[in-house]
Design a protein around this ligand. Structure first.
Ligand SMILES: Nc1nc2c(ncn2[C@@H]2O[C@H](COP(=O)(O)OP(=O)(O)OP(=O)(O)O)[C@@H](O)[C@H]2O)c(=O)[nH]1
Ligand SMILES: [Mg+2]
Length: 287
């Protein structure tokens, strides 16, 4: 079996740690060996005890106290320290050679958009440790509440895709809140586009004309900017969102299948040779 790593990325509070626990529960229920790697040096509590934890190497709290750094400078220090201590990483990873890692990342958006820290880490995982790596970029469902937030969220997702240089699935998290109508003042972007919550799917793979007309009615002064952003979203045809409803086991399973496909999970498994099958298998096949 190959080695697989799924990075859970996205802004603070997007639901990365909650999703990590849901994916692991789901995978373990189907008998898979999936482990949590906590890459957030500030994480405080876990639903699942991580198998690998950056806090055993360095914690943000200690760095901030000892180095007198703020939270962002401290995080940069922690990642640089990790990259200077690859022996530690190697030792930790060696215990899970044939396993599938879910890597829960910190929520500082700078990590994904304008520093090379996470891309260096990913590069090390894939080139030095031979992992197949992909990332999920989570955005909360209230990002489709308002066209300005939608632009900001979509641009941050694009920026991460370009910066991290790995296959990426954009996930719209906390869709259960949309269903309850709690994701902010409303679903007015969907409603004004003549849609209902039921055909949310169409919005997740957005129609540029409708988004542009919505943006122009919000910000008529920025007509050219709106047009340029919508054009960018259209050209970047990879931007669509996978809805995630953690209250539904099917939704978690569906996302896990997408993640598996993205990394071609299982492709390295040896096909079962007829001699490996016992007579019972043949009897079943003949029934
Ligand atoms: N309703 C709802 N709440 C959720 C969902 N996922 C996460 N939450 C809540 O959102 C809050 C933040 O969730 P976390 O999983 O800690 O988010 P995170 O992205 O790991 O946050 P950071 O580690 O701070 O970046 C918590 O209060 C969760 O209970 C979801 O699918 N639906
Ligand atoms: Mg978290």
């Amino acid at each position: 079996m190959g080695k697989y790593a799924c990075m859970l990325t996205g802004p603070a509070g997007a639901g990365k740690s909650t999703l990590a626990a849901a994916l692991i529960t789901h995978a373990q229920a189907s008998g898979r060996n999936v482990h949590l790697f906590n890459l957030d040096p500030a994480a405080e509590r876990f639903e699942f005890a991580p198998s690998i934890d950056i806090k055993e190497l360095i914690s943000l709290e200690d760095v901030m106290t000892e180095m007198e750094l703020g939270p962002n400078g401290g995080l940069v220090y922690c990642f640089e320290y990790l990259m200077d201590n690859l022996d530690w990483l190697s030792e930790q990873l060696s215990e899970y050679n044939d396993d599938y890692l879910i890597i829960d990342c910190p929520g500082q958006i700078e990590l994904y958009t304008h520093t090379s820290l996470l891309s260096r880490f990913i590069n090390t995982l894939s080139t030095s440790f031979n992992y197949r790596v992909m990332a999920c970029y989570l955005l909360e469902s209230n990002f489709i509440d308002d066209v300005n937030k939608y632009f900001a969220g979509t641009l941050s997702a694009m920026s991460s895709m370009v910066n991290l240089e790995v296959p990426m699935i954009n996930v719209l998290s906390k869709v259960d809140l949309l269903k309850k109508g709690e994701a902010g003042s409303s679903r007015h972007l969907i409603a004004r586009a003549g849609r209902t919550g039921k055909d949310l799917e169409r919005f997740l793979d957005p129609d540029p004309t409708l988004i542009l007309s919505e943006a122009n009615s919000h910000n008529p002064k920025f007509y050219n900017l709106n047009k340029a952003i919508v054009q960018l979203i259209e050209d970047f045809s990879l931007i669509n969102f996978h809805p995630l409803d953690l209250t539904s086991e099917d939704s978690v399973g569906d996302l896990l299948s997408h993640i598996d496909n993205c990394m071609q999970y299982g492709e390295d498994e040896e096909p079962k040779e007829p001699k490996d099958m016992d007579m019972g298998d043949f009897a079943e096949a003949e029934e």
